[in-house]
Design a protein around this ligand. Structure first.
Ligand SMILES: NC(=O)c1ccc[n+]([C@@H]2O[C@H](COP(=O)([O-])OP(=O)(O)OC[C@H]3O[C@@H](n4cnc5c(N)ncnc54)[C@H](OP(=O)(O)O)[C@@H]3O)[C@@H](O)[C@H]2O)c1
Length: 254
């Protein structure tokens, strides 16, 4: 078997949340190219349709900011699309920038639900179903902000939820290693996806300020996460679990 064969995903089925755009779309493309059957989840039907035409993926609409929708998604997946071998918990983000002293409890909770609670629900139910099959890959998309509070950020619910997702990754990795399931996280730095293009649209100087704060002098391109996701999704990463892989052009060095 060549080293390239160890990245082959023929016969594997992967579920990627937020696979319709941004980092999730690029990770889905890579897993598809390696032979996996794909299932992607998003909140917007149009975005899902567009991505599915490109990826030939099964699509499921769900608003994962709501725990009850995450449960419904698991019901549908486990009933109609099981077994899932690879789970990428990619959905997350923030659209608020309110200082902690002014942050409403409801807004705090919504960000925790979006970044953490749904990932717990999918790990418990879809990851839990991997236990009896003795093979599984779970990849959680964290952030460098799990490790470092962003200077421009306010409210801190984003960093807190990504920090918790990172420790959840390590704890479940320890528990499930015996079952042949690996659980790892990727901590991206700034990537030019729609989410960041929206911030740049509101504050154009942000694009240059961020690029200047990175040793490589530029934002990440979404496709640059894909090879790392493929590594973690495949047999190539057979001895890696509980790791948090930083992908940031060196941003955390400065
Ligand atoms: N981009 C970065 O610089 C960066 C840095 C560090 C960490 N991250 C993390 O990487 C992940 C992906 O970020 P991204 O920049 O690729 O985001 P993005 O461009 O905003 O794409 C997000 C994807 O998630 C889906 N999504 C968003 N909210 C959803 C919801 N409530 N329910 C279901 N699907 C939802 C979107 O689908 P719809 O079209 O249906 O909304 C889309 O497919 C996030 O967890 C983010 O925190 C990103």
């Amino acid at each position: 078997m060549s080293v390239f064969d160890r990245f082959n995903l023929t016969g594997r089925r992967a579920l990627i949340t937020g696979g319709s755009r941004g980092l999730g779309l690029e990770m889905a493309k890579a897993l598809g190219e390696a032979g996996a059957e794909l299932m992607i989840v998003g909140s917007d039907e149009e975005h899902l349709k567009r991505a599915s035409a490109e990826l030939h993926a099964v699509t499921i609409q769900a608003d994962l900011s709501k725990p009850e929708e995450a449960e419904r998604l698991c019901d549908v997946v486990l009933r109609d699309h099981a077994p899932i071998d690879i789970l990428i918990n990619n959905v997350g983000g923030r659209r608020i920038n309110t200082p902690t002293e002014d942050l409403a409890l409801g807004d705090w909770q919504r960000i925790l639900d979006l970044n953490l609670t749904q990932a717990f629900i999918l790990t418990k139910r879809i990851g839990g179903a991997m236990i009896q099959r003795k093979w599984g890959r779970i990849i959680n998309i964290s952030s460098i902000n799990a490790l470092w509070p962003g200077k421009a950020m306010r409210g801190r619910s984003y960093e807190t939820s990504k920090g918790a997702l990172t420790m959840f990754t390590k704890a479940v990795a320890a528990d499930w290693a015996v079952h042949g399931i690996t659980v790892n996280a990727i901590a991206p730095g700034p990537f030019l996806t729609d989410a960041n293009k929206r911030w740049i649209g509101e504050k154009p100087e942000f694009e240059g300020e961020v690029a200047d704060s990175i040793p490589m002098g530029r934002w990440g391109r979404p496709e640059e996460i894909a090879p790392l996701a493929l590594y973690l999704a495949s047999d190539a990463s057979s001895y890696m679990t509980g790791s948090v892989l930083i992908l940031d052009g060196g941003k955390l060095l400065w």
